[in-house]
Design a protein around this ligand. Structure first.
Ligand code: HSE
Length: 398
């Protein structure tokens, strides 16, 4: 296969941009020219000479010698403008922007087709874990029952620190921010949005459905309390934020993001700190487990480099599962067993919990374990963060 000489226009020189620069500089096998770097802030101190930078995106977009745009900025709306303009001009694009890809997924797939260009985004889900390309190439003809895992490094870091070191939630979150793994708006991490965007991207490649993030239920860890951690510890569980997508019948899937109890015999139990983990369950390959750093400049830079290299060989996602068109429906009519910690009986009643197997009541807290319908959780989504509750999927029964 012939390799195209790459002339790169880079957008963004933050944590991931600099990580990519380091990774590129240390890579002996692969050379690519970063022709120009476009950044927003004129006054920020940069670690490389200012002559490398521009503040005008058109210096890259209108430069015909630049054949690959690498988009690593924070602002998803601006990123979409840059990425679509680049594709319209016939440039291939690599991005790490999960929010942008998830919110414009179908449109971005169509734009690639229309302009005969490639958009690669391995770094957008699971950072250093090569899950998207594996779903495209290795699982292209495999029937996947489900995919679950840990896709947000920040929440996993916070949960690990709370569990192992009894660290308070705000302190752990500050540490995650200091490490550069949290989003600039960390509510995206702790409320489960980030994990949901990644799950939607993965769903496009695992099942060929380009879901609007809006239809997928997500619930994060921002309401967790010491009581919940104590409960988990007493039972020998850890709590992890677990996105799930899986089949409910031959051509229907469901998906959601929920905290989950993880027992020590499970793969995800030892996936700690900013590590991510992905478990696939397939008809023939059976269970497989991938783990790696899910956030941070260098791990994310590695995934970006891999896409840059793939792009130089003309690699494009074929969206094989979408082409096959086997999965056609999405449902939230799905039963889950959950632990619900609550204070007010009136709150508990909203969940319509059935088949109760555990119940506890003290002056300060109560909890109940039983079955809830995903659709009920979805209907309550706007209210959940304002209630003094915490929900954890038990993982015993779907
Ligand atoms: N804030 C994200 C995380 C960064 O914590 O996983 C990587 O996408």
């Amino acid at each position: 296969m012939t390799r195209e000489k790459l002339r790169i226009g880079l957008f963004g020189y933050g944590c991931v941009g600099q990580g990519l620069h380091d990774v590129l500089n240390s890579s002996s096998g692969f050379k690519a020219d970063i022709v120009r770097i476009c950044v927003k802030d004129r006054n920020k101190k940069r670690r490389i000479p200012i002559s490398n930078f521009t503040f005008n995106k058109n210096d890259i977009l209108n430069d015909p010698s630049i054949n690959l745009v690498v988009e690593l900025i924070n602002d998803a709306d601006e990123a979409f403008k840059i990425v679509s303009a680049a594709m319209r001009r016939g440039k291939n694009v690599v991005t790490a922007n999960k929010l942008m890809v998830a919110n414009h997924f179908k449109e971005l797939v169509e734009m690639q087709e229309k302009n005969n260009v490639s958009l690669l985004y391995e770094a957008s889900a699971g950072a250093s874990i090569p899950i998207i390309r594996n779903l495209e190439e290795y699982y292209d003809n495999e029937l996947l029952y489900s995919l679950r895992g840990i896709l947000n490094g920040t929440t996993n870091y916070v949960l690990t620190k709370m569990y192992n070191e009894n660290m308070d939630y705000p302190v752990a979150l500050k540490e995650a921010q200091a490490l550069g793994i949290a989003e600039s708006d960390p509510t995206l991490d702790v409320e489960g949005w980030d994990a949901k965007y990644k799950l939607c991207i993965i769903t496009g490649h695992a099942y060929g459905l380009f879901l609007e993030p809006e239809v997928v239920f997500h619930y994060g860890i921002s309401n967790i309390s010491g009581f919940d951690i104590r409960y988990a510890k007493e039972k020998g569980f850890k709590i992890k934020l677990v996105p799930f997508v899986g089949k409910t019948d031959e051509n229907t899937i469901t998906s959601f993001v929920l905290p989950q109890f993880i027992s020590s015999d499970k793969y995800l139990y030892n996936v700690d700190n900013e590590y991510n983990g992905v478990i696939t369950e397939a008809v023939f390959a059976d269970k497989q487990f991938f783990s790696g750093k899910g956030a941070g400049g260098h791990p994310t830079g590695c995934a970006v480099l891999s896409d840059i290299s793939a792009s130089s060989y003309g690699y494009r996602y074929e969206y094989k599962k979408y082409q096959q068109g086997t999965v056609l429906n999405y449902t939230r009519d799905y039963k889950l067993e959950v632990y619900l910690r609550y204070k007010k009986e009136s709150d508990r009643k909203l969940f319509g919990i059935t088949e109760v197997t555990e119940y506890f009541s003290s002056k300060s807290y109560k909890y109940v374990i039983g079955i809830v319908n995903l659709e009920t959780l979805y209907r309550l989504k706007e209210q959940l963060l304002n209630m003094d509750i915490f929900i954890v999927k038990t993982g015993r029964k779907q």
